[in-house]
Design a protein around this ligand. Structure first.
Ligand SMILES: Nc1ncnc2c1ncn2[C@@H]1O[C@H](COP(=O)(O)OP(=O)(O)OP(=O)(O)O)[C@@H](O)[C@H]1O
Ligand code: SF4
Ligand SMILES: [Mg+2]
Length: 353
């Protein structure tokens, strides 16, 4: 890793360490043995398979992986919002103060979303109601969650929009078509934060933004996270976004979590061949555009993902016979900064970073 990217990572880590300690409202989340399947012409196939992930109270966790790796499906599971033809087939999602949301239905589920779990769905910039102003949609959101102080809610929304560089009053008076993609994306982030939920899930929150606006928005996400004592999950295909914002990093491939650990350690010394490939492909992290190397091959689909053995083997330079038949189990190393978890037959030596 180059000096420049080391510096960037050190700076963002220092900023996070200087932030206020997490308050006790921040809930912990424990996802255990989660499998989510979609019905296809070839039968029910898993998009997320046997995933276990803990979000520590007050932490920001980033999930990265290429398109189709199952990131959004995992995010939707946190809200128990996987829609047919999908369903959670096994596993649990335990949220402190709420319980296992996989069993939630109806009113209980609706209340949990919004009040306890704020979220921005992927492509939030396209999910506003085209017929209503943003302000009207904000009031609808407040009323549907029993907010008494609607003036306070509007004040809060304007404040959040202002922090993200927008004229809050103007945005609230606007319809979707009057706002740019980047503006709509910021409206999505405002709607995720405005009800004061303490668990926040952001699925590709900055894809429609240019680099400078993206950096500003990530800074605000970090600030709001620390000020309010949140537990935050950020989903992205851009490992640079995670480097900016997350305390812990989880890497997904073919519906599996292949590596997890403290962001700084994983980026500085990735262990799984897929994580190494992802990092090598990012000029911003490698430090030099000429050194960046695209990962060969393409990620699998639900139909082509191997049913047994390692899901990454078709693209792996370290592939061995055992990789074709035996699923690599997650191996946990407890480190001073939290556990490092890797699922790969080739990673046998402890490399404490
Ligand atoms: N409604 C659906 N019906 C069938 N298959 C689906 C459905 N939604 C997602 N999938 C499949 O599940 C897998 C995981 O999709 P998911 O959207 O969770 O991936 P992702 O990592 O969020 O990708 P992206 O980076 O493109 O957003 C993909 O193979 C996708 O084609
Ligand atoms: S388990 Fe085998 S195929 Fe999979 S990443 Fe490790 S070495 Fe490569
Ligand atoms: Mg997605």
């Amino acid at each position: 890793m180059s000096e420049r990217s080391e510096v960037t990572i050190k700076q963002s880590t220092a900023a996070r360490e200087a932030a206020a300690p997490p308050r006790k409202e921040a809930p912990g989340v424990r996802i255990s043995g989660l499998t989510v399947v979609y019905k296809t012409p070839a039968g029910e196939l898993p998009a997320v398979r046997d995933v276990s992930l803990t979000l520590e109270p007050g932490s920001i966790t980033g999930i990265v992986g290429e398109s189709g790796s199952g990131k959004s499906t995992l995010a939707l599971s946190l809200l128990n919002a996987v829609q047919p033809p999908g369903r959670i087939s096994t596993g649990s999602v335990e949220i402190d103060g709420l319980g296992d949301v996989v069993g939630f239905r109806g009113e209980r589920l609706r209340k949990a979303r919004g009040q306890h779990i704020g979220y921005v769905f992927q492509a939030a910039q396209n999910s506003l109601n085209p017929l209503k102003t943003v302000g009207k949609q904000l009031l609808d959101l407040g009323r549907s969650h029993g907010v008494d102080d609607l003036r306070g809610l509007v004040r809060e929304a304007k404040e959040l929009l202002g922090r993200m560089g927008l004229d809050g009053a103007r945005v609230l008076d606007s319809h979707q078509h009057e706002l740019s993609g980047g503006m709509r994306q910021r409206v999505g982030i405002m709607l995720a934060l405005v009800l004061n939920a303490h668990l926040v899930v952001l699925d590709e929150p900055t894809t429609a933004l240019d680099m400078i606006t993206q950096a500003n928005i990530l800074k605000i996400v970090r600030e709001v996270h620390a000020e309010r004592g949140l537990t935050t999950l950020v989903i992205t295909h851009d490992i640079g976004v995670v480097a900016e914002v997350a305390d812990r990093l989880a890497v997904m491939y073919g519906g599996r979590l292949v590596e997890q650990g403290p962001t700084r350690q994983v980026l500085a010394a990735p262990r799984h061949p897929y994580t190494r490939g992802l990092i090598k492909a990012i000029p911003r992290l490698v430090g030099d555009i000429d050194e960046a190397q695209a990962l060969p091959g393409r990620p699998p689909t639900l139909v082509t993902v191997p049913k047994e053995g390692c899901v990454f083997r078709e693209r792996c330079a370290l592939r061995m016979d055992v990789c074709d038949t035996v699923d690599p189990q997650a191996r946990v190393d407890e480190g001073a900064y939290g556990p490092r978890i890797v699922a790969c037959h080739a990673v046998t030596v402890k490399e404490r970073a």
